[in-house]
Design a binder for this molecule. Structure first.
Ligand code: THU
Length: 130
């Protein structure tokens, strides 16, 4: 995947971030999932007054993509608050690994953007059933 394509995916994640519902943490996150054939599925974090019910942008994107009928995920871009390290949380890493450990992950950092893979973020993920 070219760096221009990943730049576009990160730009889509920034667009999604603008729609985040994060009134409790004020930490807004957008995710953009490359599902192939030029299709991109977005997600944002959706918080709740009952704090533990909030969901992360990455898992919102995965749920939206599965609902839309996509199962092949090539890359995900994650954009968080300016200046923050916004690599996917542990729960999201496990959910991403379910579908493709080799998925490329780009995310915003205090220095700019980092690029890695799900397998690098979560080696030896749990997944004995598929
Ligand atoms: N959050 C995400 O959406 N993705 C992550 O990978 C890390 C955290 C959200 C959850 C919560 O709404 C806010 O960021 C602060 O933790």
């Amino acid at each position: 995947m070219s760096s221009a394509e990943l730049d576009d995916l990160l730009s889509a994640a920034h667009d999604a971030r603008a729609r985040a519902y994060a009134p409790y943490s004020n930490f807004r996150v957008g995710a953009a999932l490359d599902v192939g054939d030029g299709h991109v599925i977005l997600g944002t974090n959706v918080e709740n007054a009952s704090y533990g019910l909030g969901i992360c942008a990455e898992r919102a994107a995965i749920a939206a993509a599965i609902t839309a009928g996509f199962r092949t995920f090539h890359a995900i871009a994650v954009a968080g608050n300016e200046g923050a390290l916004t690599s996917p949380c542990g729960a999201c890493r496990q959910v991403l690994a379910e579908f493709n450990p080799e998925m490329i992950v780009v995310y915003t950092t205090p220095d700019g953007v980092a690029r890695t893979t799900v397998a690098e973020l979560l080696p030896h993920h749990f997944g004995p059933f598929v």
